[in-house]
Design a protein around this ligand. Structure first.
Ligand SMILES: [Zn+2]
Length: 286
């Protein structure tokens, strides 16, 4: 309850401030502020969507979702990264030409907004740092990191006060967009891989195969599928041929313990029934 209340406050802070950034970014003609607005919109969406989808993902499996709702927790992260990628590409398209044909910006406005932004980020970081969940501590740190972007905005505004190097503003927006992309692209790809049933990133499949094969009574491994619903919960489907089929239950128990070490908590383990494979491996040696 408390966690979701903190997250709601952090969301509202970020979202309302992101809107202000878009308005003042346009008023001050500052590309760097607009790029930060894209970033903060992403932060707000990440918090809002993850809180929303988290509730669905905790529902128990039912007749509609026999594997449970865990994958819903990925949807928020996927949507957020797609929006961030789209937003930063827009910033890049808009601002590459501006570096070569810079426009005047309101550096006084940038300075004031930069100071307000640092206060808002400190406040948001404080709000979530009171929480205890893993998400909250990541978020608290993230808000502190975001201050660096605003320090850069303030530095540029100070330089512009004494010079006419207006190209610095679009240049900074490109740096911010590049930074957003460098974070959002790998995150997006990691999520897509989970939706495509890629082997979990922390499971070494060939090692697992070797360990299953090394279990007593296992003669051959004819099928080994490992996947994850949400990057945390892992499943396996294993087909084996046994030296002594009567000891199936014991072998299954040993295997389940081996799988625990890989974080695989749900596994279907059975002897291979398909005629072709059965002859190939189970009768082949006789
Ligand atoms: Zn951020």
């Amino acid at each position: 309850m408390k966690s979701s209340k903190n997250m709601t406050i952090a969301f509202l802070l970020n979202f309302s401030f992101a809107i202000l950034e878009f308005v003042f970014g346009l008023l001050f003609n500052s590309s760097a502020v607009l790029a930060d607005a894209v970033h903060d919109t992403g932060d707000a969406l990440a918090i809002g969507l993850s809180t929303f989808f988290e509730q669905i993902s905790n529902k128990k499996e039912d007749g509609n979702y026999t594997l449970g709702y865990k994958r819903y927790s990925l949807l928020g992260a996927l949507l957020t990264s797609v929006i961030l990628i789209f937003g930063s590409i827009m910033v890049i398209i808009e601002n590459v030409p501006k570096v070569f044909a810079p426009e005047k910006v309101n550096y006084d406005g940038m300075l004031v907004l930069g100071i307000v932004a640092i206060v808002v980020n400190l406040a948001a970081s404080r709000v979530v740092s009171h929480g205890h969940s893993h998400n909250e501590s990541i978020l608290s740190l993230h808000f502190l990191e975001d201050i660096l972007g605003w320090v850069a905005v303030i530095l540029v505004s100070i330089v512009l006060r004494f010079t006419d190097w207006y190209f610095l503003d679009p240049l900074l927006s490109l740096l911010i967009a590049g930074f957003i992309l460098s974070q959002a692209l790998p995150k997006c790809w990691d999520n897509i891989k989970i939706f495509l049933d890629h082997v979990p990133s922390d499971v070494d499949l060939s090692r697992l195969y070797g360990e299953v094969l090394a279990v007593e009574n296992v003669q051959a491994v004819t099928q080994l599928n490992v996947w994850t619903t949400d990057g945390l919960e892992k499943f396996a489907m294993i087909h084996i041929c046994l030296e002594n089929p009567a000891l199936l239950a014991e072998t299954q128990n040993t295997l389940r313990q081996e799988l625990q070490a890989y974080g695989i908590t749900k596994a279907t383990i059975q002897t291979d029934e398909s005629q072709e494979k059965h002859e190939e491996c189970c009768l082949g040696g006789e």
